[in-house]
Ligand binder design. Structure first.
Ligand code: HMG
Ligand code: MG
Length: 296
């Protein structure tokens, strides 16, 4: 049985733009405002990571300070450590996200520390976030495979997810960082994690590198999961996962969900417009098949 409603967590302005050629701060602001106009209620708008590691996100504070906000939209920011959280609080992010991995090698390359060390880093961040009454989301990368280690044990995905959940993350987003999963193993992974984290607190974050993301999401919706991350126009990839392409395009996801009679609250034409505008700013074609069909 599919859920009646799915909540889309839009990551194009962060996961997408962190791995595209730089665009202006104003282009980012227009994108975020356009996404809100299309009816998206959860937008990852910023990332307070080292600007030496990810220069594309260096203007995150400016973006959050200058964009027009809608009262019913949650604007989120990625924060790897306490320093990132302080910057996110200064810029008035509504919620933040920490990110860990189920693969040691990926953890080292992405955040320069082991899984264990990353968890130690998150402790003071979680304490400060609690004191500030700000919600924290938790990402786990490499849940269906790692660019350096290949296969990742489902037990390790469940172990890291449980740790982040027990630390106080209100939602655990399961990242198929390099898009290698297929429907059966994706569903089995979600079922395994839902033994230790309630399924209502899980989200899917599937990159579309191998063109499997839509099929994988469809398979996982049967587990009861009802939050899906996606990226308008299929923007992006991951700077620490060579060859990774963007998350599944939001337009393609919304089209499928509406076709299944699942509500999202999103206006697909306005969503496609938002994706087409940012694609123009990037000088490239949209990565969404649905948006291409709607324009032609
Ligand atoms: P480090 O070099 O180990 O950190 O990096 P450090 O504490 O030794 O600090 C080094 C320098 O960075 C210092 O500056 C710090 O002040 C600065 P310096 O003295 O050299 O001038 N620094 C910061 N600056 C701004 N904001 C901060 C911050 N922290 C330290 N928050 C660190 C460790 C985690 C910072 C670094 O490895 C980093 O920024 N990594 C981020 C990598 C990243 O953004 N990856 C992409 C996002 S994750 C992703 O896309 C996956 C996801 O989508 C899920 C999926 O698909 O699987 C979420
Ligand atoms: Mg990602």
């Amino acid at each position: 049985m599919f859920p009646k409603q799915v909540s889309i967590f839009e990551v194009g302005a962060r996961d997408g733009l962190q791995n595209e050629k730089p665009v202006s701060t104003q282009d980012k602001i227009v994108l975020i405002q356009d996404l809100a106009k299309a009816g998206i209620k959860r937008i990852e708008a910023a990332s307070f990571v080292s600007p030496k590691w990810v220069p594309q996100m260096a203007d995150s504070g400016e973006v959050l300070r200058n964009m027009k906000r809608e009262a019913d939209v949650i604007y989120s920011a990625l924060t790897p450590n306490l320093k990132g959280l302080e910057l996110a609080l200064d810029a008035k992010a509504d919620e933040v996200a920490i990110f860990g991995a189920a693969s040691e090698s990926f953890s080292q390359r992405n955040i320069n520390c082991s899984i264990q060390e990353s968890i130690a880093r998150f402790v003071p961040l979680m304490e400060r976030a609690k004191a500030e009454n700000i919600r924290v989301r938790g990402y786990v990368s490499c849940v269906l495979g790692c660019p350096y280690e290949g296969e990742i044990a489902v037990s390790e995905v469940a172990r890291v997810s449980e740790i982040l959940y027990k630390m106080g993350c209100y939602e655990i987003s399961l990242g198929d960082t390099i898009g290698v999963g297929t429907p059966n193993n994706a569903r089995k992974m979600v079922q395994a994690v839902s033994q230790v984290v309630p399924v209502a607190q899980l989200a899917l974050h599937f990159h579309d590198t191998y063109g499997q993301a839509l099929a994988n999401i469809l398979a996982c919706l049967e587990t009861g999961v009802s939050v899906v991350d996606s990226s308008v126009a299929g923007l992006g990839g991951c700077p620490y996962a060579k060859g990774a392409s963007g998350n599944l395009a939001s337009e393609d996801l919304v089209y499928m969900l509406h076709g299944l009679g699942i509500e999202t609250g999103i206006d697909i034409d306005l969503l496609a417009k938002a994706g087409n505008s940012i694609s123009q700013a990037l000088g490239r074609q949209t990565g969404s098949k649905v948006a291409q069909a709607l324009i032609s």
